[in-house]
Design a protein around this ligand. Structure first.
Ligand code: ARG
Length: 251
C-alpha cells in the first residue's frame, strides 16, 4: 500500500529488527529534528489507515489541509488506495501517534496527479509529480496551509512523524527540523536524470533530512508549504539531499 510502496519500509523494519543492536543510530529525523507540536502545524495531517496496524494511528504519511475538506499529500502515499479511498484517514492535532488527541476524519476520494509516475534510483522509488488530493468525509475546522513556491529560499522547515534515522523505525512523535535548500545542481549531482527540477526541489543535509513515513509532509519556506516530502537515497546521507514534490504543478 502505500502498503506495497511500503515494501521497502517493511523490509527495512525487518532488517532493522535484526540489525539494530549492530547499528548505532546517527543523530541526524525527521533526522536531525526536535519534538514539535501540531499547534504550530494545525493544518498538518497524519495520513494513515486502520489496516496499517504496524503503526499507531495507522500513520504512514503526512499531508496538508488545503481546503476544509481537502488534504494534499504525496501521490506514492495513496496511489494504492485509489479504488478503496475509504480505507484512508487523516488525523489532525495529534503530536504523539500512540495517543488519541486531535481528530480523525475518513477519506472519501483520492485524486492522484494525472502525470504521477514511478521510476527508480538504486533501491529507491522515484515519484514524478508525486502529489495527490484527498477528499475528506466532512470539513474540519482548522487553519488551512498556505501554499507557495520555494523561489530562492535557502532554508526551510520540515515536519513529520517519520524515522529519526535510517534505523529508527519506531518514532511516533511529531518532529521538525530546519533544512538547507542546496539548489538544483546539488540534486543533479546526486541523482542525475532521476531528479527533475521542473517538478522537484531538494532539501536537507547529513545533519537534517526527512525519512520514511515523513512522505507527503510539508517543506515550509517563508511561511508557506512549498513542496512535499517525496523520496531520497537513504536518509541524511552525505551528498544525497531529500527530494520534494513542488506544488507548482498541482493537479
Ligand atoms: N519515501 C519516503 C516516505 O514514504 C520519504 C523519503 C524521504 N527521504 C529523504 N531522504 N528525505 O516516507
Amino acid at each position: 500500500m502505500a502498503l506495497l510502496s511500503r515494501r521497502s519500509v517493511l523490509t527495512a523494519a525487518l532488517g532493522a529488527a535484526l540489525a539494530v543492536p549492530l547499528a548505532s543510530a546517527p543523530a541526524s529525523a525527521v533526522v536531525g529534528g526536535a519534538p514539535a507540536s501540531t499547534t504550530a502545524y494545525p493544518w498538518l495531517a497524519a495520513v494513515g489507515s486502520p489496516i496499517f496496524f504496524v503503526r499507531p494511528s495507522g500513520q504512514f504519511c503526512g499531508g496538508a489541509l488545503i481546503k476544509p475538506d481537502r488534504v494534499l499529500t504525496a501521490g506514492h502515499c495513496v496511489s494504492m488506495f485509489r479504488s478503496v479511498p475509504g480505507l484512508l484517514t487523516a488525523t489532525f492535532g495529534r503530536d504523539e501517534l500512540t495517543g488519541s488527541g486531535g481528530e480523525t476524519v475518513a477519506v472519501t476520494s483520492v485524486r492522484v496527479h494525472p502525470r504521477y509516475r514511478e521510476t527508480s534510483f538504486r533501491d529507491e522509488t522515484v515519484g514524478h509529480h508525486d502529489l495527490a488530493v484527498l477528499t475528506l468525509a466532512r470539513p474540519v475546522r482548522r487553519p488551512l496551509a498556505s501554499l507557495g513556491s520555494p523561489g530562492s529560499a535557502r532554508t526551510g522547515r520540515i515536519a513529520g512523524w517519520g524515522f529519526t534515522s535510517e534505523n529508527d523505525l519506531f518514532n511516533t512523535r511529531l518532529r521538525a527540523a530546519r533544512v538547507p535548500l542546496p539548489g538544483d545542481a546539488a540534486c543533479e549531482r546526486a541523482y542525475g536524470d532521476s531528479f527533475d527540477p521542473s517538478d522537484m526541489v531538494c532539501a536537507g543535509s547529513a545533519a537534517a533530512d526527512s525519512c520514511q513515513f515523513d512522505s507527503g509532509g510539508p517543506l515550509v519556506a517563508r511561511g508557506r508549504v512549498v513542496a512535499l516530502v517525496s523520496w531520497g537515497y537513504g536518509c541524511g546521507k552525505p551528498g544525497y539531499p531529500g527530494v520534494y514534490a513542488r506544488l507548482d504543478s498541482l493537479p
